[in-house]
Design a protein around this ligand. Structure first.
Ligand code: FPP
Length: 258
């Protein structure tokens, strides 16, 4: 079958699969989502890319609620990467505004639902208003014990690994740690996600199949699901399908089960 025909068939099969009941054999502990396709959605609907991003925040509330309802422990969302600064000034400022709007409208409910917010990334380069809003959200929800909601803003995985390496080097220089004591946990403990489980399921919408510098270390053994749907159209139903697909994967972590 030609690649294009195969892709169409896969996409149709994806759409036709009946809605799951919400009961899953195995649920991931940590889901990460690359919310891709806002620009293409905007183009398709003859709108500005900023409107595409705004539409992309509309379904977020339902996806977060659903994650919480299912009792999944951690949800990581890629909102703004270190590379996104290279987009036009107009698009960057639209995304920055969306961050403010998202927290203004969602923080009360998230806090009420016992959600703990953690920002992944360097908040130092963000405009003051955004930085304060993000710190406020983290501080306000720091004592919450429910869903851990990681929002990656000005995040890049390589930069995160550089930061971790520098912190570890300082500990070694100060004599707090011997080089031979450095193990995988030492590195995990110096990532933004310290203390959290690794990613089990990574979803990237819009058909693109790459990590784009998102949680490289944490995704080492993640299962990947790549729905063709553009992010603004990604529904709870399609989220269920991705979770269901995850439940049918055989995870071996490099070992052998048969
Ligand atoms: C990728 O689509 C998406 C982004 C760069 C931004 C994602 C941000 C949001 C959905 C809103 C902000 C979220 C929070 C939590 C406040 P793209 O523009 O690269 O799409 P394209 O590949 O079709 O152009």
């Amino acid at each position: 079958m030609k690649l294009k025909a195969w892709k169409t068939a896969m996409s149709l099969a994806w759409k036709k699969t009946p809605r799951t009941t919400g009961e899953f054999d195995t649920l991931p502990e940590h889901v990460a989502i690359i919310m891709d396709g806002n620009g293409r959605w905007a183009k398709k609907h003859k709108m500005s890319v900023s409107k595409g991003h705004r539409q992309g925040t509309e379904n977020l509330r339902e996806i977060i609620r659903h994650t919480d309802d299912l009792g999944i422990g951690v949800l990581s969302l890629y909102a703004f990467s270190t590379e996104n600064w290279n987009r036009s000034e107009e698009e960057v400022s639209a995304l920055m505004q969306l961050i403010l709007d998202f927290f203004a409208s969602e923080i009360d409910e998230l806090d009420e639902k016992n959600v703990r917010i953690l920002i992944l990334g360097d908040k130092g380069r963000l405009p003051e208003k955004q930085r304060e809003t993000l710190i406020e959200a983290e501080d306000r929800t720091a004592g919450n014990t429910g869903l851990r909601l990681n929002i990656a803003v000005n995040y890049g995985s390589r930069a995160e690994l550089v930061k971790a390496t520098r912190e570890i080097a300082v500990r070694v220089r100060n004599g707090d740690l011997k080089p031979e004591e450095i193990d995988e946990k030492t590195i995990s403990d110096h990532l933004y996600t310290a203390g959290q489980p690794d990613v089990d399921l990574l979803i990237r919408t819009s058909g693109e199949q790459r990590l784009s510098n998102f949680l490289l270390y944490q995704n080492a053994y993640a299962e990947f699901v790549f729905p063709e749907t553009l992010w603004p159209d990604f529904s709870v139903h399609e989220y269920d399908l991705a979770l269901d697909a995850y439940g049918h994967r055989e995870r071996r972590f490099g070992g052998r089960t048969r």
